[in-house]
Design a protein around this ligand. Sequence first.
Ligand SMILES: Cc1cc2nc3c(=O)[nH]c(=O)nc-3n(C[C@H](O)[C@H](O)[C@H](O)COP(=O)(O)O)c2cc1C
Length: 205
Amino acid sequence: MEIKPFKRESVMPLPVTFISTVSKSGVRNIAPYGCVMPVLRPLDLVCVATAKRRDTMDNIRKTGEFVINLPGENLSDKVIPTAKAIPSDADEFEFAGLESRPSKKVKAPGIKGCYAWMECELVKLYEETSYILIMGKVVHLEIADEVYEQNGYCNVKKARPLMMMGSDTGMHFCTIEELDRFEPFGAMFSDGKDPLAKMYTKDKR
Ligand SMILES: Cc1cc2nc3c(=O)[nH]c(=O)nc-3n(C[C@H](O)[C@H](O)[C@H](O)COP(=O)(O)O)c2cc1C
């Protein structure tokens, strides 16, 4: 069946993240963002697509910092409270009933109860008429000990990452399922070796 080109979210699951920021005057803001993408392996860049009118965007522009919080399905009831347009001088942690956790490298706090946190610094904005692409550098990455395994794998059965698929009337929240099928990165290369393997063995994390 052919469907309209704009219905990309109906065929492509999106991660549901919460971006937390602070304004210049110290007001804490949270907004759900699904258009978030890591830029290639093994770079430390992330790209976020944002509409122009967002407190999140204003705060990132003014402070150069943000945190991408990764929630599990347990926080699905916080998506709508944080997506609501409330005055920019209102504290969205309080509004949504979410607790903060201090960040290590940026002023914006993270959100307690998420399973991972990417502290980011603004690298560049790609501004177009109807959207902006925010290029951020991850300056500190943290994951909850209980979901992280020895081999650098986030156990999705434990983390239950919150995801979303669109339909004509709204958002269907979901999570991902482990298929118990593994392929080493090296399998993509003719010599069977992952050219980036050293990046992962320098230390155990
Ligand atoms: C699941 C979900 C995903 C969203 N993803 C994005 C997104 O990727 N980019 C965007 O600009 N807005 C997105 N939004 C809309 C913003 O979260 C919403 O407009 C929010 O009120 C913006 O808050 P702010 O003005 O405090 O930044 C999303 C909303 C939901 C519910």
